[in-house]
Write a protein that binds this ligand. Structure first.
Ligand code: ADP
Ligand code: RBF
Ligand code: MG
Length: 244
């Protein structure tokens, strides 16, 4: 148990622990609902309530105290996941989103060996599509590629494949760069680096997570693939076109 939670949970009234003389116990006879330990937080003593005291306390905060600027990534929540996402009637704004880019080398972590190769495009692809502010997470849609199902380059007009993709910082790998990676739902006989990929994103699946181990990450990506397949199956009636 951490010192902090010990303090929040302790039942002993404050003055008993601190051995405050009876004459000064008036403020502490009722245990505070969220007592703040003056020893842990000297600048946040519960009695210092006037503005001048707060200002005085603030002036004592060291100038270079670290300020947390981002929340820690959320661990994958336990429990079942929905088998489709997004409305059955079709994509709702901001979808559909279009972006594109050339397939480049990614992190080389052997996603392929794990059975989930991801074609990476430069994150600038988001800017090309005008969607730099797109939320991190997992999405589904269609990928138009100038590579056919047999792996051969096809020139201008290509083939359209269902896809599931990840946009973000890959909290499990603690990446320091944002990435855009697309897993095409097709078994290609060969790599297609340098191919051009047009993406049509039709829906959001989930936020990106951190995981206790690699097996749990893979497990979740496998679920993403099934969710993408099912979600796209409804799409026949929506009538979207992707450029190959
Ligand atoms: P990298 O770290 O370079 O992205 P990966 O292990 O993720 O390497 O493999 C990605 C490459 O695998 C893609 O760039 C592409 O050339 C090839 N590839 C083969 N099949 C697929 C597929 N179904 N989806 C995505 N990429 C595939
Ligand atoms: N990486 C993460 O750290 N957290 C995720 O939630 C996550 N979700 C992904 C979902 C999909 C559909 C794909 C294709 C990748 C995802 N990744 C995620 C990225 C993954 O870590 C990366 O592809 C690895 O390099 C796989 O080994
Ligand atoms: Mg990749």
């Amino acid at each position: 148990m951490s010192t902090h939670s010990m303090f929040i949970e302790r039942k002993t009234p404050y003055f008993v622990q601190r051995q405050i003389p009876k004459s000064r116990q008036t403020l502490f006879t009722k245990p505070h609902r969220h007592p703040i330990s003056p020893s842990l937080f000297p600048f946040a003593h519960p009695r210092q309530t006037s503005a001048s005291r707060i200002e005085h306390s603030a002036s004592r905060i060291p100038p270079h105290a670290p300020i947390p600027h981002s929340l820690p990534p959320t661990m994958r929540p336990n429990g079942p996941r929905p088998s489709v996402t997004g409305p059955d009637s079709g994509p709702e704004p901001p979808f559909p989103l279009k972006l594109n880019g050339k397939v480049v080398k990614g992190f080389g972590r052997g996603s392929k060996e794990l059975g989930i190769p991801t074609a990476n495009i430069p994150v600038a692809g988001l800017a090309v599509g005008g969607h730099e502010d797109v939320e991190n997470g997992v999405y589904y849609g269609w990928a138009g590629l100038n590579v056919g199902p047999d792996g051969a380059f096809t020139g201008e007009r290509g083939t359209v494949y269902p896809m599931v993709m990840s946009i973000g910082w890959n909290p499990f790998y603690k990446n320091t760069v944002r990435s855009v990676e697309v897993h095409l739902l097709h078994a290609f006989p060969a790599d297609f680096y340098a191919a051009h990929m047009n993406l049509l994103i039709l829906g959001f699946i989930r936020a990106e997570s951190d995981y206790v181990d690699k097996a749990s990450l893979i497990d979740d990506i496998r679920t993403d693939i099934r969710v993408a397949e099912r979600s796209l199956r409804r799409e026949a009636a929506w009538g979207f076109e992707v450029d190959g």
